[in-house]
Design a protein around this ligand. Structure first.
Ligand SMILES: Cc1ncc(C[n+]2csc(CCOP(=O)(O)OP(=O)(O)O)c2C)c(N)n1
Ligand SMILES: [Mg+2]
Length: 323
């Protein structure tokens, strides 16, 4: 199924919001590095915006998403509040995880955002929980589990896929193949050229799509969502994409300049904008207005996060088991 024109405009807005959020978050990270006020490492989603955007555009608010260490894009695409995200990065009480989680542990159950995860592949088995619950209760909710190419070689992915397939769970595995696990190229860490073929081992559909094209991602994920809502079980979508930044803020870039130039030349955002303009879906003026709205949203959200109070020290043990 293709997205409507209206959905595509919203998708551009989402991609712009994710990009702007990440650029601003990287600057915040540097500003707060010495004071220790930035919670957690920062794994930027810049370059991968089309994956979260295309996939989450297929979902309803009552569907679930399990994220990763590189999760800001998933959170924004599923409707998370950017104000609460900036507050979370800075450890504030108004943060989406009350300032206790930071970059890798954003959570908003009302939006179906079931958290990021610092453990590679750690979110995958958790995603079976709400998928099983939906199946057991007979609702048609689906769950999407995002993970990287590196995570696709973790045992937990295979155990989870087997069980999800055995029980026909309404689960969509979305592998964001950005071609690297830290500095290890996918070709040196994965036994097959395409992660999607691994679905065949569990008797399920698996496809590889251009993960820099939100429409291609939307089409593949919407088919998988339809399959899952109809009770036909899980699918695997491999979205081939590109990470624009270093693995995380504290690491040096290990890729050659020529490779980075090539990646930047195929930036998914201008490419999508051009597609929308050429097909008369958005005008250059409208795109400019969208950019202005996004800048304002981000500016206000950062100010909110910076001015918000830290949690009261007396609440430090809130949410922990009573001893
Ligand atoms: C179980 C586990 N092993 C190792 C690490 C260290 N680590 C953090 S991110 C990462 C690479 C993950 O690669 P991939 O799944 O492709 O995700 P990407 O970072 O490319 O988005 C590794 C090895 C970890 N956090 N958890
Ligand atoms: Mg990767």
């Amino acid at each position: 199924m293709k997205p409507t024109d209206e959905q595509m405009k919203e998708m551009l807005q989402t991609m712009l919001t994710i990009r702007s959020f990440e650029e601003t978050a990287c600057a915040l990270y540097m500003d707060n590095w010495e004071s220790g006020n930035f919670l957690g490492a920062l794994h930027s989603y810049e370059g991968q915006e089309a994956v979260a955007t295309g996939a989450c555009a297929c979902l309803r608010q009552d569907d679930y998403v399990f994220s990763t260490h590189r999760g800001h894009g998933h959170f924004i695409a599923k409707g998370g509040e950017v104000k609460a995200m900036f507050a979370e990065l800075l450890g504030k009480e108004a943060g989406c995880s009350r300032g206790r989680g930071g970059s890798m542990h954003m959570f908003d159950s009302e939006k179906g955002l079931m958290g990021g995860n610092g453990i590679v592949g750690g979110g995958i088995p958790l995603a079976l929980g709400p998928a099983f619950a939906a199946s057991y209760r007979g609702t048609d909710q689906v769950t999407v589990s995002f993970f990287g190419d590196g995570a696709s070689s973790q045992g937990v992915f295979h155990e989870s896929f087997n069980l999800a397939a055995l029980w026909d769970l309404p689960l969509i595995f979305v592998c964001e193949n950005n071609r690297y696990a830290v500095g290890t190229p996918a070709s040196e860490g994965i036994s097959v050229p395409n992660v999607s073929v691994r679905a065949a081992g569990y008797g399920c559909p698996g496809v590889t799509v251009d993960g820099d094209d939100p429409v291609a991602v939307y089409e593949a994920v919407s088919e998988a969502v339809g399959h899952a809502r109809a009770g036909n079980g899980p699918s695997l979508i491999e979205a081939v994409t590109h990470r624009h930044s270093t693995h995380c803020m504290v690491m040096r870039e290990g890729r050659e300049k020529a490779e980075l130039d090539e990646i930047n030349a195929h930036d998914p955002i201008p490419r999508f904008e051009q597609y929308l303009e050429e097909n008369g879906i958005i005008s250059a003026d409208e795109a400019q207005t969208l950019r202005g709205e996004v800048s304002q949203l981000i500016e206000e959200a950062v100010a909110f996060g910076e001015n918000a109070p830290f949690p009261d020290a007396a609440t430090v043990a809130d949410g922990l088991w009573a001893s």
